[in-house]
Design a protein around this ligand. Structure first.
Ligand code: HEM
Length: 399
């Protein structure tokens, strides 16, 4: 085992701060050389994992790459001690306490009772106009509304929620804005906890304050930290995923026609969209102790980058990986992470994405990109290259 990493395999940009031009091409070129690469990240060398096998194994290996070696020092400052800062029994109990409203059946039930009507209400605002920017007018507001409804918050809170959701995500790029958003959110939500304890309703906050696992309940601060986490974890991710799936379909009209012809294809369009352009493209972790892992000598404190988007285009698993093809019939294995910290919202996110596509295609006949709209509809990097989605989707339809 060595105390240092070898020479960098790539030096043109810093993965922590910069948008990497032509990210997929770069990752494919690096992966053609070896299954991982050494790249600059925050001015230091990081290990970028590039194959499906390595990324999936790294997610499962909480002992070598524990989430609590990074999150307390990154999002912890604004979100508090969330699930991502916990490990072992504490993480298991907290996750189990928060899980019931996010299970598959609960998410499907929420899709019918709440998510579908919400999607229709958003479309009502522009359906008669014949054109819209589906990112600004649908994909961005939709997941925040779903989370607000899940918490049982009144509709008039939605604009504040959207502002906080976005600001919480800007840490550490805009630390003051993120800390302010965290404080405002906490002030607004704290009284709601007491209200729901006194008069429980059919909502997530009531469930979180009441639910017990192994005789334990969540404390107020645990509930608040969890609720703060839901916004960065569940809002921008789903917004970017929906934008990317719509972008893929609108730029592949043959695939869009398949989905239009058979509603059952929607789930495969969502699955392929999450493979083709996962919204969480590059996820940083830290390796706290020196180790030789999968033949890689990793010094203590090394940043690891789990390249989900490279794993999802690994030609060893997905033939012709750059082709968007909803007939693959495969679920991407790493878009929602893996191992103990895998995404709690995996069913909710899919319920939202499928419902959104179903409502948009039913309400906007002949949906297509507007003339000249293709450049902005292309999926691009957001927040360095960590997240990806299109900036805008200017579309039109028959009215
Ligand atoms: C397409 C949409 C989504 C994608 C691609 C996604 C992706 C991910 C990924 C990759 C992780 C693992 C992070 C890590 O290992 O460090 C994660 C964790 C998490 N996600 Fe999602 N997510 C999505 C939507 C949602 C939604 C809708 C919610 C809830 C409203 C949610 C809640 C969470 C939570 C609470 C965690 C932390 C789990 C833990 O630490 O045990 N996510 N997500």
């Amino acid at each position: 085992m060595t105390g240092t990493l070898g020479d960098l395999d790539f030096t043109d940009c810093d993965f922590a701060f910069e948008d990497i031009p032509d990210l997929h091409r770069l990752l494919a070129d690096l992966r053609a050389r070896k299954p991982y690469a050494l790249v600059p990240h925050g001015g230091r060398k990081a290990v970028l994992l590039l194959t499906e096998e390595l990324v999936a194994a790294a997610f499962r290996d909480e002992r070598t790459f524990p989430a609590n070696a990074i999150y307390p020092y990154t999002t912890g400052a604004v979100l508090g001690r969330t699930l991502q800062c916990m490990t072992g029994r504490e993480h298991r109990v907290n996750k189990a306490l928060a899980s019931p409203p996010f299970r598959r059946l609960a998410s499907d039930a929420l899709a019918a009772s709440t998510i579908r009507p919400l999607a229709h209400r958003l479309v009502d605002d522009f359906a008669d106009r014949g054109h819209a920017d589906l990112v600004a007018e649908f994909a961005a507001p939709f997941p925040v509304r779903v989370i607000s409804a899940l918490l049982g918050l009144p509709e008039w809170d939605v604009d504040d929620m959207a502002r906080w959701a976005h600001a919480l995500f800007t840490f550490p790029l805009d630390p003051d804005g993120a800390v302010r958003a965290s404080r405002e959110f906490t002030e607004r939500i704290t009284p709601v906890l007491a209200e729901r304890r006194a008069a429980p309703g059919d909502d997530l906050v009531s469930a979180l304050v009441a639910h017990e696992v192994d005789g334990e309940r969540l404390t107020d601060e645990e509930v608040l930290a969890f609720l703060r986490l839901l916004f960065p974890a569940g809002a921008d991710t789903t917004h970017l995923a929906l934008g990317s799936i719509l972008s893929a379909l609108l730029t592949h009209p043959d695939q869009l026609d398949r989905v239009r012809a058979d509603e059952a294809e929607i789930r495969w369009a969502v699955a392929e969209g999450l493979r083709w352009e996962p919204p969480v493209a590059l996820l940083p972790r830290v390796c706290p102790d020196a180790v030789t892992w999968q033949g890689i000598d990793i010094p203590a404190g090394t940043t690891m980058i789990f390249a989900i988007t490279a794993a999802n285009r690994d030609p060893a698993v997905y033939p012709e990986p750059d082709r968007f093809d909803i007939t693959r019939r495969v679920l991407p294995s790493t878009a929602f992470g893996g191992g103990p910290h895998s995404c709690l919202g995996v069913w909710l996110a899919q319920a939202e994405l499928r419902t959104a596509l179903s409502v948009l295609l039913a309400r906007l006949p002949g949906l297509r990109l507007r003339e000249g709209a293709e450049p902005a509809a292309k999926v691009s990097s957001q927040i360095a290259s960590a997240l990806r989605g299109p900036d805008a989707l200017h579309v039109e339809w028959d009215v």
